[in-house]
Design a protein around this ligand. Sequence first.
Ligand code: 3PG
Ligand code: MG
Length: 377
Amino acid sequence: MQFGVPELEDLGDVAGKSVLVRADFNVPLRDGVITDDLRIRAALPTLEWLQEHGARVTACTHLGRPKGAPDPAFSVEPVRARLAELAPGVELLDNLRFNPGETANDPAFVAELVAGHDMYVNDAFGASHRAHASIVGPPQTLPSAAGRLLAKEVEVLLGVRDEPKHPFVAITGGSKVSDKLGVIRALLGVADQILIGGGMCFTFFKAMGHQIGNSLCEDEQVDSCKALLEEFGERLVLPDDVVGLGPGGKIGDPSAGGEVRNFGRSLPDGWMGLDIGPGAAAAFSELIGEARTILWNGPMGVFEDPRFEAGTRAVAEAVAESRGFSVIGGGDSAAAIAQFGLADRVDHISTGGGASLELIEQGDLPGLAALRGAPNA
Ligand code: 3PG
Ligand code: MG
C-alpha cells in the first residue's frame, strides 16, 4: 500500500477469480492502425501478474471520444488484436464510452460493469483524472487495487512534486496556457525555475507588452500571466528569441511558401511565432544541463513541421543528456522524444497527459481516491 492505495498484493488470493482491469488503451490510430502501442505494453506487467497468479482477466478501456453510442470510428478492434498478441487470454470489453453511463458515472452502468467480476484493478493512469463510471465505480463494491503502471506513475510524479532534488527545472510548452496555469502555479511551489516555450509563451509576451503579430494568444489569460510574472519574476524563464513564419506561409506545408525568420520577443503583424529561437534553445539547454530534477510537459514549437522542430529537439536532447532525474509528462512531449529517438534516455515517460498535470497540480486523482475507499483498503 502506497499513499493509502491498495496494490495487487492487497487483493489477496486471485486464483480462479474474475478480475476486471480498467486500462487506458486510448492509443493513437491512423486509418485504423495503431501508431504507438506504448499504452498497451505499459499495462502488461499488471495483466501478466494477474494471469500468473491464476486470475481470469477482463480488460476495459475508452478509445477516443465517441458520443455515448456505438460508433465504428471508435471501435476497439485494433486494440483487441494487438492485445491478443501481447497478452493472450485477456478479454477486452467494447469501448466504454459507447455507453452514456461511462462519462456520466451512472450507477446502473457501474452495476453492469462489475457484474460477474470478483475484483477490480485500475491501471488506467491516463484516465484516472476522470470521475467516470469505470474509474470510480467498481471500488465502491469490489476488492480493488492499483495496477503496476498506475502505482509507478504515482510514485514517480508525486516524488518529483513532493521531494525533488534541486535544482529542479520544469519545462512547459504546448499551445494552451489556460491548460497549464494551474500546474505552473503548483510547480512554482517546488521548482527552482520554469522554462516556458511553445504557443503559450505568446500570451506571456503580450502580458509583458510585446507585439506578437499573428501568434497564438489567449487574451483572457493575459492578466493571469501578468500576475504570475509579477509574483515570480525571474523564476519564470521566457525565450529571448523565437522563430516566425511570414505572410502566406502554412504550418506543415513548406511548399506553400512564406518566409521563416528569427525574431526577439516582438513579431510584426502577419508573422506567427512557431518555435523558440536558437538563443533560447541554448539558454534552456544550459539550465536543463545543471538540473538534478527535470519535468517536461509540452513541446517548444510545432515540431511536426521540420522548420519549427529545432527548439523542441534541443530541449529533448538536453533532457536526454542530463544526468538529473528526468520525467516527461504527457502526450505531445512523449511523442516528440520518441520522434527524435531519445525515449530510452529519459528516466520516466508518463502515459498520461491530463492526468499527470492534474496529479502534479492537485496531488491526487479521482481514481486514486476511489481506490482508497475500496472494501480491502
Ligand atoms: C488521454 O488520452 O488523455 C486519456 O486517455 C484520457 O482521454 P480523455 O481526455 O478523452 O478523457
Ligand atoms: Mg486528453
